[in-house]
Design a protein around this ligand. Structure first.
Ligand code: Z5A
Length: 212
């Protein structure tokens, strides 16, 4: 575990395919937690505001070409450059709701054929989430939602491969949420899970590290 974690915030990660509803739900969870009087922030990966993030963004927009391993390491570096701020915020009692994290890193790169263990290696030592909320939705159903954009991975065939890679990564600690239901119904299920984890962290649950 990582140092003194009395009364810390929770590290809440949302994962899933493109269009599964992560971004919509993250915003709703933030308002809900704040309404209950918790200190909370919304984070997302990739964080496109940093210089590494700008390289990632150019790649996703097909404005640059990069070797699959190179872009994988940039996504990982983008988490490492935020790691110390993440730890500081959590220890100060702020809950972080994070839209995509290391699991996206491994799922999307391994869907391109990069070895899973190789993909996990640079993530080792990042902070481990207190809970992973996986918004489960068939790729075909996701594709029907508010049009795919023109970004690199936004194609049905590739999303099907990503779905298989997420299946391999899942473990029993993940909360698998049926993301096919209406936005309000999904939100209702997420609220209780998140509050339970936030309270456990407040009571002193220690921070831990990936990859375990
Ligand atoms: N990537 C990677 O390769 N390696 C990494 O390490 C990381 C990421 C971190 C960019 O991510 C790409 O980077 C991403 C993975 C890869 N590529 N893909 N695919 P991003 O975060 O910038 O983009 P995204 O997460 O894929 O997309 P998104 O736009 O943020 O989608 P979303 O958050 O899942 O969905 P949403 O915006 O909440 O909702 C999408 C639409 O559906 C919208 O019109 C909503 O109103 C609607 N919606 C949402 N929920 C519902 C329900 N319940 N019913 C009906 N309609 C709904």
């Amino acid at each position: 575990s990582v140092g003194n974690t009395d009364s810390r915030g929770g590290l809440i990660v949302l994962e899933g395919l493109d269009r599964c509803g992560k971004t919509s739900q993250s915003g709703k969870l933030l308002s809900y937690l704040e309404g209950l009087g918790h200190s909370a922030e919304l984070w997302r990966f990739p964080d496109r505001t940093t210089s590494v993030g700008q390289m990632i963004s150019a790649y996703l927009l097909n404005q640059s070409q990069l070797d699959d391993h190179t872009i994988h390491l940039l996504f990982s570096a983008n988490r490492w450059e935020k790691r110390s701020m993440m730890e500081t915020k959590l220890k100060a009692g702020t809950t972080l709701i994070v839209d995509r994290y290391s699991y996206s890193g491994v799922a999307f790169s391994s869907a391109k054929g990069v070895d899973v263990e190789w993909c996990k290696a640079p993530e080792i030592g990042l902070l481990a989430p207190d809970v992973v909320l996986f918004l489960d939705i068939p790729p075909e159903k996701a594709a029907e939602r508010g049009g795919y954009g023109g970004e690199r991975y936004e194609h049905l065939e590739f999303q099907k491969k990503v779905a298989q890679c997420y299946q391999i990564l899942r473990d029993s600690s993940w909360k698998i949420i049926d993301g096919c239901r209406g936005i309000e119904e999904v939100e209702k299920e997420l609220r209780d899970i998140v509050v339970d984890h936030v309270l456990a962290c407040k009571k002193g649950k220690p921070l831990s590290l990936l990859w375990s």
